[in-house]
Design a protein around this ligand. Structure first.
Ligand SMILES: [Zn+2]
Length: 273
């Protein structure tokens, strides 16, 4: 097994599992134009792939599939098939093998255990576990050493996303392939993410409870409910950011870039989810 840099350029982007002439690629990211070139850089000819497994339907994880020659076997969750059918994107071919709960991919004596743990990042995003290597791949959930991408990596279900980070922390593995940023992850990275999530939730909860609506609102916007909410939401997010900065600004890379987005997303989730 090796980690293949097929997507945005780090060792944690994709996986290649090989045994004899069988070769499975997990995820083939953006780079519709240069996916084959990226594969060549890690010594793989597209026609030698036995199958492609895709974690979910986002373009940065399957967008290079067509550039790989329209591979006949693409394995994914049934929700991924539904979403790709709706998208009708010529660069994202439809999966040919789908499953609901669990699916085993055999690669010689090795296996990949594909499983679905519910919606968090988006419907259909699967876990991939290689027991022999003790490698777990779950993408767009934990970003080792880094802040999640903005708004908890665009999680469609933030309570579900928080629960999934904790679930990953309790599973048995040695190496986490997270799909983005610069490296693979460890249990310490997941524990940091769990702690960060809890702190953001606590800070946003407190900011919501202690911020009064309407303060400092332009009098001209008095009859404009959107302006009233915008003013309130901004001040809640600002207070949340300020209360997290001293503890977290040097613990996770990219804190300054995305902390406002995380506080905003947390606040919205607490108010309506
Ligand atoms: Zn995604």
């Amino acid at each position: 097994m090796r980690f293949a840099s097929i997507g945005s350029g780090s060792e944690g982007n994709g996986l290649v599992v090989e045994a004899g002439s069988t070769r499975i690629l997990v995820d083939c990211g953006f780079g519709v134009r240069d996916t084959a070139a990226r594969l060549a850089r890690v010594g793989i000819e597209p026609e030698t792939l036995s199958a492609i497994v895709v974690t979910h339907e986002h373009a940065d994880h399957i967008g290079g599939a067509k550039a790989l020659g329209g591979h006949p076997t693409i394995i994914a969750h049934e929700e991924t098939l539904r979403l790709l059918t709706r998208a009708a994107d010529p660069n994202r071919p439809l999966p040919t093998v789908t499953f609901a709960d669990k699916y085993i991919v055999k690669v010689g004596k090795q296996v990949l255990e594909l499983s679905y743990h519910g919606n968090a990042h988006e419907p259909g995003n699967i876990f991939i576990y290689a027991p022999a290597q003790r490698v777990l791949m779950v993408v767009d959930v934990v970003f080792p050493g880094w802040m999640p991408w903005r708004r908890f990596a665009l999680a469609q279900d933030i309570p579900g996303y928080f629960a999934q980070v904790e679930e990953i922390g309790k599973m048995n593995w040695d190496t986490l392939v997270g799909g983005h940023v610069t490296r693979t992850g460890t249990h310490a990275d997941v524990a940091t993410q769990v702690e960060f999530n809890r702190d953001v939730k606590e800070a946003a909860t407190k900011a919501l409870a202690t911020t009064a609506p309407g303060e400092g609102l332009n009098p001209a916007d008095k009859g404009n409910p959107w302006a009233l909410f915008d003013n309130y939401i901004d001040r809640v997010a600002g207070q949340c950011v300020n209360s997290l900065t001293s503890k977290w600004s040097s613990r996770l890379a990219g804190f300054d870039v995305y902390i406002w987005d995380q506080c905003y997303a947390m606040e919205q989730s607490l108010r309506i989810e």
